[in-house]
Write a protein that binds this ligand. Sequence first.
Ligand code: PLP
Length: 419
Amino acid sequence: MTAPVNAELSASLQAARQDYAALLDKKLKLDLTRGKPSAQQVQLANAMLALPGEQYKAADGTDTRNYGGQQGLPELREIFGELLQVPASQLLAQGNSSLELMHDSIVFALMYPLPGGQRRWSNEERIAFICPVPGYDRHFTICERYGIEMIPVPMTADGPDMAEVERLVSTDPGIKGIWCVPKYSNPDGTTYSDETVRRLASMKTAAPDFRIFWDNAYAVHHLTDEEVQVADILTACADAGNPDRAFIYGSTSKITWAGAGVAFFGSSEANVKWLLHCTAARTIGPDKTNHLRHALFLKDADGVREHMRKHRELIQPKFDAVLNIFDQQLKGLATWSRPKGGYFITLNVPDGCAKEIVRKAAEAGIALTPAGSTHPYMDDPQDRVIRIAPTFPSLEDIEVAIAGVATCVRLVGYEKLAS
Ligand code: PLP
């Protein structure tokens, strides 16, 4: 970081103080906390409100209004099998939330031994997960809720620091899993390199029932013409002789409707059978009518890709606005990600400043995701990561809010440099 010195620093600090006073006067009330699609984005799928209409029978004649079809509607599994890189026969279409499927996978593993496992996880002395940081707070909440120890491992430009991951999993049989958001990760937009995927698939693990929780939440959520691809983890695991290692998740929450979409689970045949056995005790089948309206609306994998370009048109200007303001105001003081897709920008502020910046922003009426949320136990040891979620507010509100955030970064950052 090239810090301004002496006179320059005190001038910068004074300007930041003035700007912050002006910001307080604006009495804003803006919320940048969660990665939600905007009203215009969910509107893109409004044709689904009228579906399936009288066409309530699936392609194979199944009446979607009745019980059954535990694996989910085949035509929807075909569409998303291609996009999530899972054969449709090994992909389940389920409820409205992939987070729920991740949560349930962990609870089921606590209760029933996994394929390859000797006992259920709750009978182990200790269970730990590797948590690449920065990461997704709700993954961490699941671990915390069920007493699963979290071991942070830093992210690199290629995904988690694989030397560290390999070192940890090869010697510690208590480590049962790793959280991965392989494409346009939450929050820093990183996509795992082919080499990272290969190493994850082939690394030696001390736990025989180790699982990669492959949360491909942003599989088709591109922000540029370069529609980034990630290597096929399921095939990589099978090729490496670890066919049961990956649990793959995805959903249409940020394709059609958040909270009223469809979630998917894909894995090896053995794992799919295991999950179906567990879910059979709690449901007589998923909402196939919702599956059908999604299949009718999206049509095929190209239909999904085309639909996602409409999302891009709506949200790319918001990401550009954030990046432009940061470029103009924060060069030399902070760094930030330039994601090619997904829902977030990570802002790295000077060490020890993130909490204070979020507090100052809140005082000015700008709600940011709490500092620390990107790390297990809310503990960002350097107190430096702030997650920016630009999709939900209007472009105008984003511009006002981010200019305000930049003011807070300058104020707290320069104060720290001057102290
Ligand atoms: N996984 C990641 C990485 C996310 O960022 C989100 C939402 O922000 C989810 C999962 C939630 O997905 P769902 O709505 O399918 O539960």
